[in-house]
Write a protein that binds this ligand. Structure first.
Ligand SMILES: Cc1cc2nc3c(=O)[nH]c(=O)nc-3n(C[C@H](O)[C@H](O)[C@H](O)COP(=O)(O)OP(=O)(O)OC[C@H]3O[C@@H](n4cnc5c(N)ncnc54)[C@H](O)[C@@H]3O)c2cc1C
Length: 407
């Protein structure tokens, strides 16, 4: 347990990664203070897919039962060829039933995960959360950090033992540390349209579908939704020259959905969102007593549903290492492991997979498409190759790799 005089570990950003990081620290008895710039949890549609490896970590934080109960369990995902409307490959996480208690993905929206972490944090008097408070700058010394925060009452300084930047892709913490965000941003944006219509009627049997098309790909997911019932999301790409007005007006979004999934009546569209698409990794995940986690450390396209999953793995890793150092079970030098391990794992498991997934969805060269599809069919048909594929897609392989280094 912490001593009352121990300075808190400070967390910039109350997205899902920030709050889950705080929970993982609070459960170890460590004092923690989270600052979130917005007045409440952001509930815009972003991550929904939670994979097996992450579910195991959420079990360790006492969250998994609620995630499964409030989410939507799906063991399968399918890759389709849109021109022929045929299934190229159906992958089954169920093949991992001997390797994980969670041989499936759970579609549970990220604002629900963040909310579940906040609810649990309320039980810990040594965890403090401040909304509407932005971290604006930081300083560090050999034995502590000091940040400046700005809220309704103006600016003030807060001292802490460490700082974890969980403040998203535009991270103030990363910029204050002068750490490069290496990689690239695609010229096109992705659009997500969310509807109450049961789109599964046109693609029955699986609620996670990637529909590859050289001209106009899309992907189709069911999420557990809210009081309106389950919701379906359609993710697609836009052209770089298209403006927000052109893309977001109700007529354009209706036409977009009708093009992908024609039906005789208009769609009930409950959310329209445009997102920039990046593949970037921070040049370092740590400087001194300051760490980066989640989107502050790495961003990627959403095909495969990996970004937040990996961010939650960051949260578990850094909080485990900090716990050991603070309790003097390990020397300070173990903190080096964070950047040494997480950064290459992100490149290999998140960047490479999501880049390949995007390429597959939009490939224009018929020969390259045919080759990729043949490979997918062979992988699916061979039980060992199939298992290896879903082990990687669920991030279980990246966790195994990390455990092998630690052993
Ligand atoms: C369309 C889409 C679909 C996706 N689907 C998936 C998926 O299925 N599975 C998956 O794993 N990932 C998915 N992702 C990625 C996922 O949404 C992100 O990885 C996730 O949001 C990262 O969480 P985070 O807490 O690191 O950052 P964020 O969610 O960006 O939260 C950062 C928080 O920090 C706050 N903040 C920013 N600056 C400051 C500051 N200076 N001071 C205080 N607070 C600050 C922000 O207000 C925000 O609340 C998807 C992304 C998109 C766009």
């Amino acid at each position: 347990m912490h001593s009352p005089s121990q300075r808190p570990i400070l967390i910039a950003g109350g997205g899902p990664v920030g709050f889950i990081t705080a929970l993982a620290l609070a459960r170890q008895g460590l004092p923690v203070q989270v600052f979130e710039a917005e007045s409440r949890i952001n509930d815009m549609p972003r991550a929904a897919t939670t994979h097996a490896a992450t579910l195991a970590m959420l079990a360790g934080l006492g969250m998994v039962d609620e995630v499964i109960e409030r989410g939507y369990v799906e063991p399968l995902f399918r890759i389709w060829d849109r021109p022929s409307k045929t299934i190229v490959a159906e992958f089954d996480f169920g093949l991992l039933k001997d390797e994980t208690p969670y041989p499936f993905a759970v579609q549970c929206e990220q604002h629900k995960l963040a909310g579940m972490a906040v609810d649990r944090l309320k039980a810990f008097p040594h965890a403090k959360l401040e909304f509407s408070t932005r971290v604006t700058s930081l300083k560090q010394s050999d034995d502590g950090v000091e940040i400046e925060v700005e809220g309704a009452d103006g600016k003030r300084k807060v001292a802490g033992s460490y700082l974890i930047g969980c403040d998203g892709g535009r991270s103030t913490v990363r910029k204050a540390l002068g750490i490069e965000f290496e990689g690239y941003t695609h010229p096109e944006r992705f659009m997500i349209l969310t509807t109450t219509e049961n789109l599964g009627a046109q693609y029955p049997g699986c609620t996670r579908n990637y529909i590859s098309d050289p001209d106009s790909w899309f992907s189709l997911f069911k999420v557990s939704g809210d009081e309106r019932g389950p919701l379906w999301r359609v993710l697609s790409s836009t052209r770089p020259e298209q403006t927000d007005d052109e893309l977001m007006n109700p007529e354009a979004t209706e036409q977009r959905l009708q093009r992908f999934l024609p039906k005789s009546t208009p769609y009930d569209i409950v959310h329209r969102n445009l997102y920039n698409v990046h593949q970037r990794v921070a040049a370092s995940f740590r400087k001194g007593r300051v760490f980066l986690a989640g989107d502050a450390a790495h961003v990627n396209n959403p095909l495969g549903g990996l970004g937040l999953n990996f961010g939650i793995h960051d949260a578990v890793e850094i909080t485990t290492l900090l716990g050991k150092v603070i309790r003097r079970e390990a020397p300070d030098s173990v903190l080096d492991e964070y950047d040494l391990q997480r950064r290459p794992l992100n490149i290999e498991f998140v960047q490479q997979q999501t880049i390949a997934n995007k390429k597959r969805m939009e490939e224009k060269d018929p020969a390259a498409r045919a080759k990729d599809f043949d490979q997918l069919r062979r992988t699916c048909a061979d039980p060992e190759a199939h298992r290896a594929y879903v082990r990687k897609a669920s991030l279980l392989e990246s966790v195994k790799r990390r455990a092998a280094v630690a052993a």
